[in-house]
Design a protein around this ligand. Structure first.
Ligand code: FNR
Length: 368
């Protein structure tokens, strides 16, 4: 007695259905956050403290929500962010997300720890479709180099280096269920047999290099012409460093609340960061993205108003995929587009360029 797809009216509806129909281990891996899950909850809650300041009597007959991200034209300013182990939720895995992204002209970020192989995910894309690669940096740099080179050869346009996970966080819900693989093998660069006693996350991540530091970043520039973005930046000082070192972008993110608990939410880091970047004349130096807790197009609008180029969305598409497959992800994306059009109309912004920081009241947001 699963509700029909048409009964899902927003992204949270997919989450409720997924919780009911997913395998317990898969639900535990997808939904869990670190420790007490305070950051996980805060990612969503932080948006509720930002209020709109809508403009009236603007001609909003035609709404254009298209924009660019890292030089790629997209139909709406969100992308499918990297989430590992797609086959835990759906037997076809990440290629389901690829097909939905193609249909909606949005970018897909391919995870290092995908269940499908990297080539399967690239082979599933349409000619004009753009993909990015999320990279966990291997202790063995020769492996990392070959992954990066291969991604560039296969047409990936950007490299998102995950910098918030020198060790994977303790996701206790996931650890309790024990990872049993269930057909969701990881086609990753891990050389060692995995330890399944600590949940899915820990089982698959032992190859990640905890010694990665700022001085390694120029090396990536020397081995690739792809755009380079740091994923998981959590304070303005590090955004400034990223500007100075010359990367193309940053994702203000706490990894969906799965890493350091009580780390701030992406939207709050953004609100704190942009005024400082503007004062230093650095706001045009790189593209700023956020992810974490985005469940409504109004959340996207708030991020754009505050200066983000776009937002990443993770769990909602996993839940839609797990519950309904491709039609589910398709509908989730369409719902966001419908919400976005309405929100832009009601706030008085016919295009993305019309969204600015005068349209949000952030006084209730903590500026760390
Ligand atoms: C993630 N995320 C993630 N990030 C990353 O850089 N590499 C990865 O392998 C994964 N894997 C992963 C698995 C699952 C199940 C989740 C939920 C998340 C983090 C992801 O890219 C993103 O930062 C968050 O998912 C954004 O938060 P929301 O949209 O899930 O609230």
């Amino acid at each position: 007695n699963k509700p029909s797809l048409e009964q899902c009216y927003n992204l949270l509806d997919f989450e409720a259905v997924a919780k009911r129909v997913m395998k317990r281990t898969a639900w535990a891996y997808y939904s869990s956050g670190a420790d007490d899950e305070i950051t996980l909850r805060e990612n969503h809650a932080a948006f509720h403290r930002i209020w709109f300041r809508p403009k009236i009597l603007v001609n909003v007959e035609n709404i254009d929500m298209s924009t660019t991200m890292l030089g790629t034209k997209v139909s709406i300013p969100f992308y499918v962010t990297a989430t590992a182990l797609g086959k835990l939720g759906h037997h076809e895995g990440e290629v389901v997300l690829t097909k939905a992204a193609a249909k909606h002209s949005v970018v897909q970020m391919i995870p290092t720890l995908a269940s499908c192989s990297f080539d399967e995910i690239v082979d599933a894309k349409e000619d004009t479709q753009v993909q990015w690669l999320q990279l966990y940096v291997n202790k063995n740099r020769a492996i990392t180099k070959s992954i990066v080179k291969h991604a560039e050869r296969r047409g990936c346009k950007a490299l998102f280096i995950t910098v918030d996970a020198p060790q994977l966080g303790r996701r206790e819900k996931d650890m309790r269920t024990k990872f049993d693989d269930s057909g969701a093998s990881v086609q990753s660069a891990s050389e060692k047999p995995v330890d399944r006693s600590q949940g899915a996350a820990r089982a698959i991540s032992s190859f990640i290099d905890p010694s990665l530091s700022w001085k390694d970043i120029p090396w990536f520039r020397s081995i690739t012409n792809m755009k380079i973005v740091l994923k998981g930046v959590q304070r303005v000082e590090d955004v400034i460093k990223a500007c100075e070192i010359g990367v193309d972008g940053v994702v203000l993110s706490n990894h969906g609340g799965r890493q350091l608990d009580t780390a701030p939410s992406g939207i709050e880091i953004l609100a704190a960061t942009m005024p400082i970047l503007k004062a230093k004349g650095l706001d045009k130096k790189l593209e700023i993205f956020i992810d974490g807790g985005i469940r409504r197009a109004s959340d996207i609008v708030k991020a754009i108003c505050l200066g983000a180029k776009g937002v990443g969305i993770g769990r909602p598409f996993l839940y839609a995929m797990s519950a309904y497959g491709l039609p589910g992800v398709d509908r989730a994306m369409q719902l966001l587009k419908d919400e976005m059009e309405m929100n832009m109309r009601l706030i008085g912004a016919p295009s993305i360029a019309d969204l600015d920081d005068s349209m949000v009241d952030t006084r209730a947001v903590a500026l760390h």
